[in-house]
Design a protein around this ligand. Structure first.
Ligand code: UD1
Length: 415
């Protein structure tokens, strides 16, 4: 099993370019189910989640091929509505195939979606919305099965602004008969990126970036080309790593507009962050503890909660970190404690007391972002840190070790 082996890093210095967003690319790939024509996604990151989505789509009869750095997909020969490969269980985003399959074929069968073990992660909101549009569901042999004789537009209220449910319903509504109104929709920028692609394919969607989205279904969608947004979570992770080492780093392509809460918290903690046309530049110094609550966009992203916690482990004073989005997203805590962190957890709240030093240890990446947190901790810890189970990290970061190495960090990937 591959692992990262690292030593304490000098302050990170230099510049690196941010990849395109995994969480934008995955729903874009699901769009291939909606049309006979070719879809081109430029600069699609080479991640295991992207490969897993490609495997699932191929199983459905969608042609998926690499074209340089991009992906070309074509759903002209879509033949079945069953995505039963193991890949579906590895990745939460597999559920995004439900809506488009029901819209295009009137049937869908999908292994219960997996992904990071960070909470119960039900799919009730996806099902509720698709049911309102006329689909019926059953659960058999670990699979969700859906059927519909032509989806019809409906009014759906999401009790929580779920990113995945909003995307699934947009994908389904684009081809449904009549008008769908999604109230309480997620406002994450990856949702807006999906809306932009669907519009290019001919979908009629109003309310970009709003919590009320209106979709007027059309009989068919056509091919399109898109370049997904830069990955705000990768950018945020690198910002936090640079600040934690007291470094000076330019992140090319990072968009300040999508990282407002993270930049604000870093500044409150004592780091300097400036944005210009090239991207974002961060300069670290002595850091103070800050309180952070994860919230839906534009609040502090839950995906950066674990790396933020790792940074706060060595900040001066006490920090209170509250996780509002997922109920079990503190899996990094026992691992950080092995490195000498002082963290007390009560339910959804963690109290972090800054310590003088962390110490290298053998730890394991329990999920994607917890893994990123351990990398950040390893950069600042005395001695050697060995991180196992990095397959989790590679689901969402193209070459985190390579990016950090180019900024001066002594980190290696060992197969
Ligand atoms: C997406 C992101 C993930 C991010 C999350 C929140 C992708 C591929 N993944 O995940 O990186 O951490 O948004 O920003 O884009 N929920 C329900 N019922 C549902 C659906 C969700 O109760 O039917 C709950 C979840 O259990 C969770 C919360 O809503 O507690 C947020 O989930 P959601 O916004 O759906 O996250 P994902 O789309 O899975």
């Amino acid at each position: 099993m591959a692992e990262f082996v690292m030593e304490k890093s000098p302050p990170l210095r230099g510049e690196t370019r941010v990849q395109r967003a995994k969480n934008a690319v995955l729903p874009m790939m699901a769009c291939a189910v909606l049309t006979d024509e070719e879809l081109e996604i430029a600069e699609a990151p080479r991640l295991t989640d992207v490969e897993d989505m490609a495997t699932l789509l191929r199983g459905l009869g969608v042609r998926v091929e690499r074209a340089g750095n991009g992906l070309r997909l074509c759903g002209a020969d879509l033949k079945n509505g069953a995505a039963e490969d193991d890949a579906a269980e590895r990745m939460r985003a597999s559920v995004l195939l439900l809506g488009p399959l029901l819209a295009r074929l009137g049937r869908a069968r999908l292994r219960f979606p997996g992904g990071c073990a960070i909470g119960s992660r039900p799919i009730d909101l996806h099902i509720k919305g698709l049911r309102a549009m006329g689909a019926r569901f059953s659960v058999r042999e670990g699979c969700v099965e859906g059927a519909a004789e032509g989806l019809r537009g409906a009014s759906v209220y999401l009790d929580f602004p779920s990113v995945g449910a909003t995307e699934n319903l947009l994908l389904a509504a684009a081809l449904a008969r009549g008008t769908t109104v999604i109230e309480g929709a997620a406002k994450e920028p990856e949702v807006a990126d999906l809306v932009r692609l669907l519009r290019r394919m001919g979908a009629k969607i109003a309310g970009l970036g709003q919590s009320r989205l209106t979709v007027e279904g059309v009989p068919a969608l056509h091919g399109a080309r898109c370049t997904p947004m830069p990955d705000r979570i990768e950018a945020g992770t690198l910002l936090l790593c640079a600040a934690a080492t007291g470094g000076d780093v330019l992140l090319r392509g990072a968009q300040a507009a999508t990282l407002g809460a993270v930049i604000a918290k870093l500044q409150e903690s004592g780091a300097q962050v400036h944005s210009d046309r090239a991207g974002l530049r961060v300069r670290g110094g002595p850091l103070r503890g800050v309180d952070v609550e994860t919230l839906v966009y534009p609040g502090f992203p839950t995906d950066l909660q674990a790396p933020m916690m790792a940074l706060l482990c060595r900040a001066e004073g006490t920090s209170i970190l509250t996780e509002h989005i997922f109920e079990n997203r503190f899996l990094q805590v026992p691992q950080l404690r092995r490195m000498g962190a002082s963290i007390a957890v009560r339910g959804r709240t963690a109290v972090i007391r800054g310590v003088e030093a962390l110490h290298g240890a053998r730890v394991a990446a329990t999920d994607l972002r917890a893994g990123a947190a351990l990398v950040l901790a390893g950069l600042t810890a005395e001695g050697r840190t060995v991180i196992g189970d990095i397959a989790h990290i590679e689901r969402g970061y193209v070459d985190l070790a390579g990016a950090l190495r180019s900024l001066g960090a002594p980190i290696e990937r060992r197969a």
